[in-house]
Design a protein around this ligand. Structure first.
Ligand SMILES: [Zn+2]
Length: 231
């Protein structure tokens, strides 16, 4: 958790929470309405601090509270070695957290889709490359069986481009829920990009697409006008 983002959370929180509630309620109604006879795939996208994980945490709270969901459900995330992610835990920017199943093998992905009617995945853009094709195949079989799939994650990277797996999944989804935060520079709504900073200075385009935050590498939401991609 980065200090500057924690500081901003109170300022951002009212509209982020409000929008998160709207999306959560939409998804909850969708789950309660089933079975539909055909699958549904919702994708939640937006940059950091926009409330993506918050939606999932709120949804799990609703499902637990209601007690009326007979369908087996699971919340999960790809298992990756990053110090900003905790294995088995989904965490929001305002430090709410919930338990989640981690996957890092094809066997685990198959088990997740076979054992549940509702599958929810956070940080979908971090799905390892060598699992993506298998994941997609299992997802389509799951949707054909009438499953309900919800994925949340970043769709744009800090270099001004897109995360390829998120872009592909958006094209296959039935509904996209776009969340937003505010640009750290000008205060305008910002729904795509995060600026990568190294000791406070915009990072160079030649850095890898995937780099987790550290003490020196930080990310902050920015609008497309204020995003700096140094060549
Ligand atoms: Zn801006």
């Amino acid at each position: 958790m980065q200090a500057e983002n924690t500081k901003d959370t109170n300022h951002l929180y009212a509209f982020v929470e409000e929008k998160a509630d709207q999306v959560t309620n939409w998804l909850y109604r969708k789950i309660k309405k089933g079975p539909l006879g055909h699958g549904h795939f919702s994708m939640i996208v937006g940059n950091s601090c926009s409330g993506k994980s918050l939606v999932l945490i709120k949804l799990q709270e609703l499902l637990k509270e209601s007690g009326g969901i007979e369908k087996p459900y699971v919340f999960c995330q790809p298992l990756v070695d990053r110090n900003d992610l905790i294995t088995g835990v989904i965490r929001s920017r305002n430090n709410k957290r919930m338990e989640a199943v981690s996957f890092d093998t094809k066997e685990k992905i198959e088990q997740i889709f076979h054992d549940h009617d509702i599958v929810v995945v956070d940080e979908i853009q971090l799905t390892p490359h060598d699992l993506q094709s298998f994941f997609l195949k299992e997802l389509h079989l799951f949707l054909d069986r009438g499953g309900l799939f919800i994925a949340a994650g970043l769709d744009y990277n800090s270099l001004g481009g897109e995360f390829i797996f998120s872009a592909l999944l958006k094209s296959r989804s039935h509904k996209i829920h776009r969340l937003y935060s505010l640009c750290n520079m000008c205060g305008k709504p910002a729904d795509r990009f995060d600026q990568r900073l190294i000791n406070g200075i915009p990072a160079n385009i030649n850095m890898p697409d995937f780099v987790g935050p550290t003490d020196s590498i930080t990310y902050e939401p920015r609008c497309s006008d204020c995003l700096i991609v140094k060549k």
